[in-house]
Ligand binder design. Structure first.
Ligand code: SF4
Length: 433
C-alpha cells in the first residue's frame, strides 16, 4: 500500500521510526513535513504537540483526506489522550502509545476491536482497545529524509533515540507516562548502524534524545560505562564536536559521565531546572532541590562544560516569592543559556489536573499582571516569561544587549506562549466536562 507519514513542520525521529517500520512491512512509504497526501492510499499523521489538535488547517486536511475515501490514522505523543484527538480532528483511528507493532497491523487489516492499541469511534461511541505491549527496542532502520542535513532542531539535524522511558515523575511531563519509568536501552551496534544511515543521508550533527540522556544503560543505577561507550561511539562516527547530549537530570550525572560529555560532545549540558524555589520543585515532583541544582552546575563547570537551563514560569501555584527565587538562582549561577516556557498542562498529566482544579483568577496564566509591565497588558505568566528572558540575558557570562528588536521579540513570544497555554487549558476543560 502507498502510504505517507506526515509530521508537521519538522521530520521527527518518531515519524522516521514509524516510516521505517511501515517500509519493513512491505509498504511503499514517503515522509513529509507538510500537510499533503499526494497519491498515498493511507495517511499516518505523527503529531507531537497538543497545539496540532486545535489547528484549523489540520482539521481541514484530515477531513479532506477522509472525504477522498482514504483512511487517516493519528499517532505520536498526542495519542496519550485519544478522546481529544478523535473529538478535535476526527481521524479514522488513533494509534495509542508506541505504534511500532500497531501501525503495520492497522495498515494490513484496518480497524478491529481485537487490535490492541487503537481508539476509534463506532456508532457514536469511542472505543479504546487494550494497550499494545511496550515495543521491542530492536527495530528496522528509520526512514530518513533526503533533506535531513538541512534540518536544525536546536542545532542538531535530528534527535536519535538511544533509550526509552524516564525514572522521573515530573508533574508536567509526558515522557514517563508515554514510555514508562523503566529504562529500555537499545544495543550500541544497532545505534551505530542507524547513525551511519543518518550520516549517509547527509546528517552531520545528532543529538541524544530521551528524557534524560545519561540514563542509557540504566538498570536501577546510572551505568557510567554504557553512557561513556555510547558517547564515544557517536563521536567516532560523527566527530567529537557534532554530538550533543541535552536534557540531563541534575541527579543523573557523575564525574565520569561529565568527563565523557566534555571529551565527546559539543561540551554543553542542558538541565531541566524548572524553578529556583524548593517549594515549587516539590510540587512539580522534580525530586531534586535547589542545592542539588547548584552542586550540579559547579560539578559541570569543573569539567569545563557550558551549562544551559530550562525553566517553567506560571505554574498554577507559583507565587511572587517563588518567581523571585528563580530569578535569584539564575543570577547566582550565571548560566550560559536559558530556555523558558509557560507551564503547559499536557492532557492527562498531574499538572493538567492541578490546572483544572485552579480557578482562572488564581492561575497566573489567566490573572492580569499588576506590576511593572502593567501597561503592556500581559497576564502574570506572560509578564514572568518576558521579565525572566531579559533577566537571564543580564546574567549570562557573555553580554546580551536587549535591543528594541529583542524587546519586541520577547514581548510577542511571551504573549504567544500565554495564548497557546490558555488554548490548551480550554481544551482540557472541554474534555473534563
Ligand atoms: S526528568 Fe525530564 S523526562 Fe524525566 S519526567 Fe522529568 S522532565 Fe520528564
Amino acid at each position: 500500500m502507498k502510504t505517507v507519514v506526515i509530521s508537521p513542520g519538522i521530520a521527527t525521529y518518531g515519524a522516521m521510526l514509524i516510516g521505517g517500520v511501515v517500509r519493513e512491512a512491505g509498504h511503499e512509504v514517503a515522509l513529509s513535513t507538510s500537510l499533503a497526501a499526494g497519491d498515498a492510499e493511507a495517511v499516518l499523521l505523527s503529531l507531537y504537540s497538543t497545539q496540532h489538535l486545535m489547528d484549523p488547517e489540520m482539521k481541514a486536511f484530515v477531513a479532506s483526506v477522509r472525504a477522498s475515501g482514504r483512511p487517516v490514522y493519528i499517532g505520536g505523543p498526542v495519542s496519550a489522550y485519544p478522546e481529544y484527538v478523535l473529538g478535535e480532528l476526527a481521524p479514522d483511528a488513533v494509534v495509542v502509545g508506541e505504534g511500532e507493532a500497531t501501525v503495520p497491523r492497522l495498515l494490513a487489516g484496518g480497524i478491529h476491536p481485537d487490535l490492541p492499541g487503537v481508539a476509534y469511534v463506532d456508532g457514536g461511541k469511542t472505543v479504546v482497545t487494550p494497550p499494545a505491549p511496550p515495543a521491542p527496542v530492536e527495530r528496522p532502520l528509520p526512514l530518513i529524509p533526503d533533506a535531513i542535513g538541512q534540518q536544525s532542531i536546536r542545532g542538531a539535524n535530528a534527535y536519535i533515540e538511544t533509550h526509552r522511558g524516564c525514572t522521573g515523575a515530573c508533574t508536567f511531563c509526558q515522557v514517563p507516562r508515554f514510555f514508562g519509568r523503566e529504562i529500555r536501552s537499545r544495543g550500541l551496534e544497532e545505534i551505530r548502524e542507524e547513525v551511519r544511515a543518518f550520516r549517509e543521508k547527509g546528517a552531520t550533527r545528532l543529538s541524544v534524545s530521551g528524557g534524560t540522556g545519561s540514563l542509557y544503560g540504566y538498570d536501577g543505577a546510572i551505568d557510567n560505562d554504557a553512557v561513556i561507550a555510547l558517547l564515544e561511539m557517536l563521536a567516532e562516527e560523527l566527530g567529537p564536536r557534532n554530538v550533543s547530549a541535552p536534557d540531563i537530570r541534575v541527579d543523573a550525572i557523575t564525574d565520569e559521565i561529565l568527563e565523557a560529555i566534555q571529551k565527546y560532545t559539543i561540551g554543553w549540558l542542558f538541565f531541566g531546572f524548572e524553578s529556583g524555589s524548593d517549594r515549587i520543585l516539590r510540587q512539580m515532583g522534580k525530586g531534586v532541590t535547589v542545592a542539588q541544582m547548584h552542586d550540579a552546575v559547579e560539578q559541570s563547570r569543573q569539567h569545563g562544560l557550558k551549562v544551559a537551563g530550562c525553566f517553567i514560569v506560571g505554574y498554577p501555584t507559583e507565587t511572587a516569592e517563588d518567581y523571585t527565587a528563580t530569578k535569584d538562582f539564575i543570577a547566582a549561577e550565571m548560566l550560559d543559556d536559558v530556555f523558558i516556557s509557560v507551564a503547559e498542562p499536557i492532557p492527562r498529566t498531574p499538572l493538567a489536573d492541578l490546572v483544572l482544579r485552579t480557578p482562572h483568577p488564581e492561575n497566573p496564566v489567566f490573572a492580569p499582571h499588576e506590576g511593572e509591565y502593567r501597561s503592556l497588558r500581559l497576564t502574570e505568566a506572560e509578564a514572568r516569561w518576558f521579565d525572566l528572558s531579559q533577566h537571564a540575558d543580564m546574567y549570562k557570562p557573555l553580554l546580551h544587549v536587549v535591543t528594541d528588536e529583542v524587546f519586541s521579540l520577547y514581548l510577542s513570544e511571551a504573549r504567544k506562549q500565554g495564548e497557546d497555554v490558555r488554548r490548551v487549558t480550554a481544551l482540557i476543560e472541554k474534555y473534563d466536562r
